[in-house]
Design a protein around this ligand. Sequence first.
Ligand SMILES: [Fe+2]
Length: 465
Amino acid sequence: MNHQKLFKNVDEQEPTICTTIGDIPSWLTGNLYRIGPGKFDFKKQSVNHWFDGMGLLHHFHIENGAVRYKSKFINSPAYNAAEKNQKLCFREFATDPCATLFQRFFTRFNQQFTSNTMVNISKLDRDMISLTETPQPIIFDKDTLETIGPYSFNDEFQYNLHTAHPHKDNHDQSMINLGIRMGRKTYYEFFKVRNNQRQLMSSLRIQKPSYQHSFAMTENYLIIIDTPFKVTPLAIRFGTKSFINHFKWHKNTPTIFHIFNIKTGKKQCTIKSPPFFMFHQVNAFEKNVTIVFDTIAFKNATIIDALYLDNLRKGMPDIPAGKLKRFILDPKTHQMISKKTLLNESIALPNINYKKYNGKPYSWAYALNTKKTPFFNRIIKINVETWTHKFYEKEDCIPSEPIFIQHPAKNDEDDGIILSVLFNTKTNTTQLHGIDAKTMSNKFTSTIRGLRGYTLHGQFFKTVS
Ligand SMILES: [Fe+2]
């Protein structure tokens, strides 16, 4: 495995037909959009961190048993300025463009920080958007991938940060997200987006917000996971460092669950846990009077340091393990009832049968796993009730985030196909694998020549209208 090849600049790809081996199920028709960093090195500056790379959008179109592929950079203001000047012009996740203090002081927070939407994909109203952690989604054309422009919120809210992992409301399918509004007074706020407007659901004043990458949602609750990786609001506004370097790990400080009633927006309670850090929750649901919360937890926030390119480009990078943990919380007594490690495997980038089971009792999670290799080498399917698991692994291949698609005529939670893009670093090919989710066996492989760019997140849409 030569994972270092994945952390190099990648070119855009014109539409091309993939070579497919195996049978693509006739019901599997649609579009897989994925995004991730595709450019790290400019003539006058190289970025420091994996999450600083410029967002390259990938599109796999599946129809009539064939797969077509193309990719295009998101022409964000951050990308356009970096291309023009051959160096960064906005403050990225962990790389600073070295603006003067004078420039910083007179530039609004949201104009200093990146619009490089390289983290995730979503659909908002009728628009396909790419997302990062600043509140400036960028709209792209669903067919050509051309950048259309920034998504404009037609409201008065002045958020500094949004998570890149919004949820869909189970009832009306509108987007729900968590924003952070920083200033003399700082707030966590949940909001729902309808017709280009954010509607406030709940608000919580906080002294020092923590880094927020994802949040949990059940039938009746929204949950903020407030880890000890915190920032001083005024320091980030007037500071001289890149975004993430303003956050500090506060030793011996608990991780706090802030739990809100989803209907009234009122805060239900605060529940403390021993400290942990997380990027990605897996799922949460209600069981009797308790809340079950599953996440990939780290002992602390050193995972962020491990994802600097200097480390990732090493032969054997040192990457801390994230473990699947289950917390059982009692919102009536405000107590954490238990905390368990469900599986002693290092896993990342989890997914579930989101459409049918988000916020509900579920059995199956899918994620990436690393076993005796420097980077991810297999996909793991985990039964979160029995703690049993199965693997999908291909020699010399590095898989990316598994996405589950339900079989339209079958009802079991794992009746469907997992789509994952695998990178064969020996043959230098990019491969879309269709995997039978029940058996974890290969159904088809659609191959393109070249390593086309590792991705962080994506979504599958049967149709995009
Ligand atoms: Fe993420």
